[in-house]
Design a protein around this ligand. Sequence first.
Ligand code: HSE
Length: 309
Amino acid sequence: MNQIKIFSPATVANVSCGFDCLGFAVNDLGDTMTFRKTPSKEIKILDIKGAELPYDINKNVASAVVIKMLEKYPADFGIEISIEKGYSPGSGLGSSAASAAGAAVALNELLNKPFTPLELTKFAMHGEKVACGSEIADNVAAAIFGGFILVQQYEPLSIVKIPVPKELMLVAIHPQVKVRTKEARDVLPKKIPLSDAVAQWANVGGLISGLYSENYDIIASSLKDIIIEPTRKHLIPYFDQVKKAAIEAGALNAGISGSGPTIFALCKGEENAKNVYKAIEDSYKEKNIDFTMVYSKINTQGVKILEKN
Ligand code: HSE
């Protein structure tokens, strides 16, 4: 195999109660990337479409992951990378994670699969460090494994794949404002009351139990974030209004996607998701802030191979 083209999905991290430990992949949004073997041992970014991202191979997330993997598993070829971003960086939908996860999976294929998905997640976490300074696993693991994932522990890394209820749908709005992950992490509380911690981890348990049992009532009542959301929501214009509109239109619940500014809502069934989409869209129409919307099933597959030859 000399060349591989992949689709790497956008992801929603945290999923309200699961800060830094829960995430899921999105079906209809992501990056398309091509990786080609070259005779020289050089790593090169050929082309980036759809976003302004670094061509410097140590600063670009995809090439940084490739470099890291080749340090561990040297190859007698170089790699040329072309990236088509399907959505903008800084959205809260795991843009750097899509690039990092896509690079890890694609290079693994070109190397004849020496690494497991868990090892690929670790390489992709290096990409997250290049992008935002923290080796966070929630977005990259969701992109690599697909579906819902729980980062059960970091040392040693353990990822648990959680089933996706059949009717679960995502609706999201991305207001075109910038929220840097680092800035959104700087506002986090250093200490939290024990009662808040208890409520939050009970909701993580509730959400996971609801996902396993396809119990939408438990999913809805567990999709709450009493620790992170109150400290971050001021970074997102009209967050409360969007959330209220989504819930009134019948969403299971709504919250901040990753570190924002995207606001996500989970819905039961397509009809419900269409109503929630319209309610969220209407709530933002008159606000003088550009936005894009997402309507998607949950992606259960993760990074997908589109072509290899
Ligand atoms: N879990 C991370 C956060 C996701 O909320 O900061 C951002 O990459």
